[in-house]
Ligand binder design. Structure first.
Ligand SMILES: [Fe+2]
Length: 488
């Protein structure tokens, strides 16, 4: 059965090619001039773009060592223009601009920009900017004077290379208008013997010389789930080791001293999660999130025993519902269902200890759409659903669509069974794939250990791994800008 699940990750189309640095055209500044009595600067770049920046924007945006604590990544309060500072924003004027080798711009600030201040350190009188930083922000914050030349398609710019490397992460950025994944960015699947889930080797993912970690992250959002086999030390320690090194760490629930959960068989359990022989419906984890946003990923593995877990590609099932009943699909996307979870009571059968009560109520749509109306997240767990507060005239149509969608999620057409045994991990995209447990298949000694991974941890890990594979070390500012612009 394991062989049937095998999938050649080496040939995975999700392994996005990291652009060669040799393809990048270096960004340079051709000229810079102070204008408008120091209130603005005109900057000419080597791709032909000439544009105008506010002096105050430049001073406020400066990230050099005089303005930002290098290792802490914090603004120096003695240099920032606002607050108890020696800089007067309304009087800020540039007095001179120097271009060094085309790569760096230095701006000198007029004495009139400064005043007496209570802080011990004088604010800096010079600000330095890399050319690539200014070119990236020019697209967003500057006034255009001369348009850039047409880009040479055969020679992509730095911006194009960043776009290509980071495009797959756009749906998982923190920007409010982050788009849903595009159809070409996902491989949807059913239970038809077609596409198999990628399988990774545990030690290969953790090998810092390998690209497997980054490819695994790309695959989990492309395929919705991946399998990781070969963990030699399954259990709590093995889970944390893998999550910390490959996924940016586990999310900690405020009611639990440890970040992981552990499910051990309990006779007479009141919670279905701990009754290992019962069928557990397909659901997303952190459907009632203790931190506001459901975790992007769920990672779990068998520390002991065997069993069968079930997975459904919720986006594939939702596409079916949309085709069958577009109005019902729209109702599930518009009207939220009521949910509530008592985080301590729902874990009454756990062997773990819980430190305090936490009761969270929600009313979110099961199907959540982006600004363009495309599906970006599914959020649903039947066990925590509360009496619906839908209007009288909406309820019948909403419930019919809800009933059909839940039927699809559990149907033989969409639900897959994944055999699980000691040392096997499943990592899934929890905003898309629903999981559960087949009834009557678990061994008595089955021990499940897992946890959730926040969007922030996943995104940070993906960006760090991408950056490590580039020749230039740290361009976080431009990366964020690329993602934000592409989200617009
Ligand atoms: Fe779950």
């Amino acid at each position: 059965m394991l062989a049937a699940l095998a999938f050649s990750v080496a040939s995975s189309s999700a392994a996005l090619a990291v652009q060669s640095v040799a393809l990048k055209r270096p960004v340079a500044i051709s000229a810079a001039a102070v204008e408008n009595e120091g209130k603005t600067l005109a900057i000419h770049f080597n791709d032909g773009l000439k544009c105008r920046f506010h002096s105050l924007w430049l001073r406020d945006a400066c990230r050099d060592d005089a303005h930002v604590a290098k290792y802490a990544g914090e603004r120096l309060l003695t240099a920032t223009p606002v607050g108890p500072s020696g800089v007067i924003p309304s009087r800020l004027r540039a007095s001179a601009a120097e271009v060094h080798d085309g790569e760096e711009l230095r701006i000198h600030w007029d004495e009139e920009s400064m005043c007496k201040h209570e802080l011990a350190v004088d604010p800096p009188t010079v600000s330095m900017f890399p050319a690539a930083f200014l070119r990236a922000y020019a697209e967003v914050v500057a006034e255009r004077i001369i348009e850039p030349e047409q880009a040479d398609a055969a020679q992509p710019s730095v911006g194009d290379a960043l776009n290509d490397e980071l495009a797959w992460l756009r749906p998982y950025s923190a920007f409010q208008n982050a788009p849903a994944p595009r159809p070409e960015e996902m491989c949807l699947w059913k239970n038809d013997g077609g596409l198999e889930l990628p399988v990774y080797d545990h030690d290969n993912v953790l090998d810092v010389e390998s690209t497997a970690n980054l490819r695994m992250l790309q695959d989990v959002v492309r395929y919705g789930a991946v399998i990781i086999d070969g963990c030699a030390n399954p259990g709590v320690e093995g889970l944390h080791n893998f999550a910390d090194k490959a996924l940016g760490g586990l999310q900690k629930d405020p009611t639990r001293p440890k970040a992981h959960w552990k499910i051990v068989k309990k006779d007479g359990a009141t919670s279905v999660s701990y009754d290992h022989l019962k069928r557990l419906n397909q659901h997303t984890d952190s459907s009632i999130p203790p931190h506001g946003l459901p975790a992007l990923c769920l990672l779990f593995h068998y520390a002991e025993g065997t069993g069968t877990n079930t997975l459904t590609d919720g986006f594939a099932a939702a596409a079916q519902l949309r085709a069958e009943n577009p109005l019902g699909y729209a109702l599930l996307a518009k009207y939220g269902y009521d949910g509530e979870r008592d985080f301590v009571a729902s874990r009454a059968d756990s062997t773990q200890q819980f430190n305090r009560g936490l009761v969270v109520s929600t009313q979110v749509p099961m199907l959540q759409l982006d600004d363009a109306g495309e599906l970006k997240r599914i959020q649903y767990n039947e066990v925590f659903r509360m009496p619906l507060s839908l209007p009288y005239d909406i309820f019948p149509r909403w419930y019919a669509a809800f009933d059909r969608f839940v039927e699809l999620l559990h149907s033989n057409d969409f639900e897959r069974q994944i055999p699980m045994s000691k040392g096997r991990f499943i990592l899934m995209q929890n905003w898309r794939v629903l999981h559960g447990r087949a009834g009557g298949r678990a061994s008595a000694n089955r021990v499940l250990v897992g946890g959730t991974i926040t969007r922030e941890a996943f995104y940070s890990q993906a960006r760090r791994l991408t950056r490590e594979r580039r020749a230039f070390a740290d361009v976080a500012q431009e990366e964020e800008l690329v993602l934000r612009r592409r989200a617009d």
